[in-house]
Design a protein around this ligand. Structure first.
Ligand code: KIV
Length: 281
């Protein structure tokens, strides 16, 4: 059954009706097809791509070309979820014009419906300009991995009253700038609740507790195929690493002992054709 594209008004309605919004990251076509089948509301082609798929040690080296390449692949599979492209480091830092141009590339070339960028009040003018150009923007505050050196590493944010107040002000600045939604990463549950209650746009949490309007997880964490580190907020719903390694080991063993390929995996030539062939040799 073909599903309808999830729209921004629908997401807003979910918030108003207190129905939870379900969001996941995704990086390729086959997983995009699974997103479609599972009826996920929002799919983010995150720059976490760099760490969980491309093997970089953080998200900073990820380029626009890499993001567009993977967004295109996801868009061919995940047709109905609202598809969000993540602006990589330095894609929105040089100038507002540059930021609008790169955001536009996600829509024109990548097949995305919206973009996400990291930062609060300090990027509000960029969010406003991109939104004015007609591209929906999701904000992202709390633990923002592109600024991890300034934040002191991959550590929870907003744990003092002053730091929490900055996050609340950041969320307001993003909403005022026209963001259609805000992602809160790795902040205390109470602060997530305050921001969610104050905002009139959908607030999605990844490590921001249960009161947010929706939840995001990194797909590879959820499936158990990224094992370099696991943040506190991750719940593994499967252990695919084990299943994959077992399958590879079984294949290796069967090739080595001659069990694979078996007759049913093999193409055959008829006795007659084989006889003719032998005569030609
Ligand atoms: O890149 C990404 O997947 C993200 C999440 C960590 C929120 O931005």
């Amino acid at each position: 059954m073909d599903r309808k594209k999830v729209s921004l008004p629908e997401l807003l309605k979910k918030k108003q009706e207190r129905k939870k919004i379900v969001m996941l990251t995704c990086y390729d076509f086959p997983m995009g097809c699974f997103m479609e089948e599972a009826g996920i509301d929002m799919v983010l082609v995150g720059d976490s791509l760099g760490m969980v798929v491309l093997g970089y040690k953080n998200t900073l080296p990820v380029t626009m070309e890499e993001m567009i390449h993977h967004t295109k692949a996801v868009s061919r599979g995940a047709k109905s979820p609202l598809l969000i492209g993540d602006m990589p480091f330095m894609a929105y830092h040089k100038s507002v014009e540059d930021a609008i141009w790169n955001a536009g590339r996600f829509i024109k070339e990548g097949g995305a419906d919206a973009i996400k960028l990291e930062g609060g009040a300090r990027v509000a003018h960029i969010v406003e300009a991109i939104v004015k150009s007609g591209i929906p923007v999701m904000g992202h505050i709390g633990l923002t991995p592109q600024s991890m050196t300034q934040l002191g590493g991959f550590v929870a944010q907003g744990k003092t009253a002053d730091a929490a107040k900055v996050l609340i002000d950041d969320a307001k600045a993003l909403e005022d700038a026209g963001a259609f939604s805000i992602l809160l990463e790795a902040i205390p549950e109470d602060v997530g609740q305050i921001i969610t209650e104050k905002a009139s746009i959908p607030i999605i949490g990844i490590g921001a507790g249960k009161h947010c309007d929706g939840q995001l997880l990194i797909l590879n964490d959820l499936l158990g195929i990224f094992e370099l580190f696991t943040p506190k907020f991750v719940k593994k719903y499967a252990n695919l690493s084990e299943i994959i390694v077992n399958a590879l080991k079984t294949y290796k063993n069967e090739v080595e002992i001659g069990v694979f390929p078996a007759r049913e995996h093999t193409y055959n030539i008829s006795e007659g054709e084989l006889k003719i062939l032998r005569e030609k040799l």
